[in-house]
Design a binder for this molecule. Structure first.
Ligand code: MOS
Length: 703
């Protein structure tokens, strides 16, 4: 009997394990003889290590080894770049030389029997530096074009801007933000001869194996990576960061399994961050609200050793219709560790600028912000000159506006009040790419009518475990409780990086294909029955299918993105300058929704992340030394329950996309974050008449 499971609001299959504590996270694994590592980090942002005295640390209780660049084994550091690694530059080599290029760079590793002993001994390592001038502030850095330069131009943007009836040009700033998953990064490394087992918090087990194999000069098949549960990541666990190498290095030297768990503070110096961006947007339009010119420049911080770049300006080319567009993306090499992708990377930052500018244009033209966007709705991707595989922006504006009650908005700033609170309504458009990468999966039907299905995906929280079980069970024609899905282990078929909202499209397609093949094989051998359970009973032995699933050329023929619209109500206290988000309504055209309960949960999470981006998050960098002065949860504010509005409405508009992938899904993890920050700042303008172009909008900016 086949039941429709795709599209059902199934509760998390791993939920019980998570809430009862039965789910084992990396730092909780045990290995016989496990010892602990503590990292000593640079206190300067640029220069050389002049001296290291580790004698006191060596003699401290419980200490097994102290590794510095002077005594650490030389590592192979073979070339290797996984998808989340910057294409240009070379990753940080740990404990290989005396060069320091950022605050917090690892300069020594202490291995001790106990965690407290390791931490104590790390404080006894005496390091002196020959510091050099450091650039830690983008305002003092010199941005350079990307390699290769990525300037885009269509039409005559400068001429069209000069000739436009209405024009505006403004600068929008997003500070550095850090990922703050509840679970901090951790690695346990254990060698057995030339084979290494790593329990690691990661969004991509196979890439950890490839990277650590390259670093140590061993075959990747010698490295097993296990990562069953990931307590949030938001992009911080996409790359294989230096602490993973340090754990493996420490374990090799100590001859014992080593655990390294980063502190909250350490995560500000070693697991990436959303880069500080400075964007300049100029718009030209006719009086009736047709865009004539868009000029969008973006400068973004990166490290001195790698060119980290995200798709900051990509959406500018296709979000709104415009004949004359120029984008110019530059990078500012600085004495920071390499930034990385953080939820909604590229679009979340770029669209803050574009959708803020669009709101400013709507005000200048005295046209409703939704109407302005409708007047500039493109028929195709004007940058790539390709049709969209599907695009439901109109439906999203309409559905969200209706649910929100947008027609009751008085467009005059400061015109809406609730007691002494100034009320503001704002909106913005959202989009994120609908990508897909090669993925493999295995499905094994068993004679007892159950099935095991596996792919080495990760589940950092979106519900991959559950959604894959749904796809598998429906395709196999089995009840969901008879299907066991496994992920997070390099022994399983290879999956792509769990990022960029591609998991459902990629791994889901592989799981579907493997299950379809297993079911067909079982029925073909089952003696004429159409019931897979009965067929398996007759066959009496497992039937297994493995499939490598790869995208076709659809991404060459279509422009494939999810689109959405976000509407927000804020209340601003005119005396205190405090902004509270009261309501958010988001409508998304994200293709097929495999699990509306978990997809809604994803979107609510993105909305809350957007509140953080708009109102709170800011890694404050001390310009003298690159130190993050608020690298803790007391001073780096993230939204808590009390900051989440009681109303967070998520609408998935009906969308059937036959081109995007076999499942017709687009993913919601990233788009949920996009558009929220500009919708909030646009609402703040509507409430107060003040346009804030630099995030986060803290009370001081409104007083
Ligand atoms: Mo997402 S920033 O690709 O984890």
């Amino acid at each position: 009997m086949t039941t429709a499971l795709i599209g059902q609001p199934i509760s998390r299959v791993d939920g019980r394990r998570k809430v009862t504590g039965a789910a084992t996270y990396v730092a909780e694994f045990q290995a016989p003889g496990l010892v602990h590592g503590a990292i000593v980090r640079s206190t300067v942002a640029n220069g050389r290590i002049a001296s290291i005295d580790s004698s006191a640390a060596q003699q401290a209780p419980g200490v097994i080894a102290v590794l510095t660049h002077q005594n650490a084994p030389k590592l192979a550091y073979r070339a290797h770049k996984g998808a989340p690694d910057p294409g240009i530059g070379e990753r940080l080599h740990v404990l290989q030389a005396d060069r320091v290029s950022h605050q917090g760079q690892p300069v020594a590793l202490v291995i001790a029997e106990g965690l407290e002993q390791a931490v104590h001994a790390a404080m006894l390592v005496r390091v002196t530096y020959a510091p050099e001038a450091a650039i830690t502030d983008i305002a003092r850095a010199e941005p350079v074009p990307l390699t290769p330069p990525s300037e885009t131009r269509r039409g005559d943007p400068d001429g069209a801007l000069a000739a436009a009836e209405v024009k505006l040009g403004q600068t929008y700033v997003i500070p550095r933000e850090n990922h703050n998953p509840i679970e901090m990064h951790a690695t346990i490394a254990s060698w057995d001869g030339d084979s290494l087992t790593l329990w690691d918090k990661t969004q991509w087990v196979h890439n950890v194996a490839d990277e650590i194999a390259a670093v140590f000069g061993i075959p990747a098949r010698n490295v097993r990576v296990i990562s069953p549960f990931v307590g949030g990541a938001f992009g911080s666990a996409l790359r294989t960061w230096p602490h993973v190498t340090l754990a493996a290095l420490g374990a090799r030297v100590a001859g014992r399994p080593v655990k390294i768990m980063l502190s909250r503070r350490e995560m500000y110096y070693g697991t990436g961050f959303r880069p500080h961006t400075v964007q300049r947007v100029a718009l030209g339009a006719s009086r009736d609200g047709r865009l004539g010119a868009i000029l969008h420049n973006g400068d973004q911080e990166t490290s001195t050793y790698e060119e980290f770049t995200e798709a900051l300006l990509n959406a500018t080319g296709f979000l709104h219709s415009c004949p004359n567009v120029n984008t110019r993306h530059r990078l500012a090499p600085m004495n920071v560790h390499t930034p990385t992708y953080m939820r909604g990377p590229g679009e979340a930052s770029g669209i803050f600028a574009i959708e803020s500018a669009m709101d400013e244009l709507a005000v200048a033209l005295n046209i409703d912000p939704v109407e302005l966007r409708l007047r500039n709705e493109p028929e195709q991707d004007e940058f790539r000159q390709l049709p969209f595989s599907s695009r439901s922006t109109r439906e999203c504006y309409q559905a969200a506006a209706e649910r929100f009650g947008w027609s009751r908005r008085n467009s005059e700033p400061r015109s809406m009040r609730d007691g002494r609170q100034l009320i503001g309504w704002g909106m913005a458009t959202a989009t994120y790419g609908a990508g897909r990468a090669p993925a493999s999966a295995m499905a094994r039907l068993l004679p007892d009518g159950t099935a095991e299905v596996a792919s080495a995906a990760s589940d950092m929280g979106p519900g991959t475990w559950t959604s894959m079980t749904q796809v598998a069970a429906e395709t196999l024609g089995l009840p969901i409780e008879r299907v066991r899905f496994t992920l997070g282990d390099t022994r399983l078929p290879r999956a792509p990086v769990h990022g960029g909202s591609i998991t459902m499209a990629s791994v889901g397609s592989a799981v579907q294909a493997a299950c379809r093949k297993a079911r067909e094989d079982a029925l073909a051998r089952g003696g004429g029955t159409n019931d897979v359970t009965e067929a398996m009973r007759r066959i009496g032995q497992p039937v297994e299918a493995s499939v490598d699933s790869t995208p076709g050329d659809e991404s060459q023929r279509f422009s494939m993105h999810a689109f959405g619209a976000v509407f927000v109500e804020v209340a601003v206290d005119p005396d205190l300058g405090e902004t509270r988000v009261r309501r958010i309504v988001g409508a998304y055209g994200a293709g097929r929704i495999v699990n509306p309960k978990l997809a809604r949960s994803q979107c609510v999470g993105g909305m809350i992340g957007g509140i953080g981006m708009a109102l709170m998050e800011h890694s404050v960098v001390d310009g003298r030394n690159g130190r993050v002065s608020n690298a803790n949860f007391a001073e780096y504010a993230v939204p808590v329950h009390a900051d989440a509005p009681p109303v967070m409405d998520v609408i998935f508009v009906e969308e059937h996309d036959p081109h995007v992938n076999p499942l017709g899904v687009k993913g919601v993890g990233e788009i949920a974050m996009v558009g929220v920050a500009p919708a909030i700042t646009n609402a703040i303008f509507h409430a107060t008449g003040k346009r804030i172009r630099e995030l986060p909008v803290t009370p001081d900016k409104l007083l």
